[in-house]
Write a protein that binds this ligand. Sequence first.
Ligand SMILES: [Zn+2]
Length: 322
Amino acid sequence: MKLGWLVCGIVLAVAAQGARAVDFGVIRRVPLQHFKPLKAHPQVALTFDDMPAAGGLSPGETRAAIATRLANELRANHIKGVYGFVNAVGLDQDPDMQQALRIWVAKGMRIGNHTWSHPELSSDSASAYEREIAMDEPVLREFAQGHDWHWFRFPYLEEGDTVAKREDVRHWLQAHGYHVAEVTLNFNDDEWSDPYNRCLAKRDTAGIAWLEQSYMQNAKEFIRVGRQEEQIAFGREVPNVLLLHETSFTTLMLPRLVEMLRQEGFRFTDLRKVERNRVYAKDPATGFPDGGSLLNEFLDSRHLPYPSFTPEPEQQLDSLCR
Ligand SMILES: [Zn+2]
C-alpha cells in the first residue's frame, strides 16, 4: 500500500468540521493531496511515567530536587494538573522518593497508577498483573491528597498480547473505576537519561551538547510521525497525550521541548480533557505483544501503513561517554 493514500472514514467532512465525532466504521481511501491539514491548534497533555524514580541519579542529585524542578518548570509555563504515573516499589524505604511525590502533588500535579513494580503484561498473567495494579493503590491513596488517582498507564504500553488478556485487564480496570491513560505521542525520551548521567560524571560538555541536540531532533521527528499516524488511522489529528519520563535529562530539556511544541502550534491541556475525545473510547480490540501507542494499535489492527521516519540514534546513545 502506498503512503500517498490515507485511509479514513469521512476525511473531507472531518477536516471541515475540526474535532467533531466521526464514524470510524466506514473505511475508504482518499488521496493524500485531498487531506486538509488541521486548521485549529493541535492539543497535547504532557504525562510523566516511572515516578518518582525514573532513570538513574547523578552524584548529589535527589528525587525530590528533580520533582521540584520539573513541577516548577511546568507551573512557569502555566501547565497544570499534569499526571505522573507512579511505581510504588521501594518507596516505603526511601524518604527521598516519598518527598518527591509530596512535592509533585503539593505543586498542583496529579498522580496515577503505573503498577507497583513495572511488569510486562505480555509476559505476565492477567490476574498477576491486576494484583500489581492493586498493590500500587495504598501509596496513591496516601499521596494524592484527595485528587483522583484512578488513571492507569500500562508499563511499556503493553496492553495485552492477546485479546483475551487485554479484555481481562480492561474489565478489571473498569470495575475498579480506572480510566486508561492512552498515548499518542512518544519519542523514548528516557533513553537519553543514562548517557546524560554518564556524560555528567565525566564532565563531557561536547557529549551533553550532542545529547541536547539529538533529543530535540528526535522529539520533533516523532511528534511529526505521531501526527501523521493520526491522519492515517483516523483521517484527522486528534487531541494528544505525550509520554515523557520524570528523568533528570527530560527535566533539563523541558523548557526547550515546551517551546518547540508551541512553535509547532500546540496548546497544552490536561489528560482528562483530551480523553473526552471519542477516539479514546474506541477499542482496537487487538493483541499487541510488543506494546505501542493507541495509534500503533489502530494501524496494526487495521493493517494500515506506518509513516516513514528516522529512528532514534540508539547506537550513539549506547556508546556515548563510556
Ligand atoms: Zn514506565
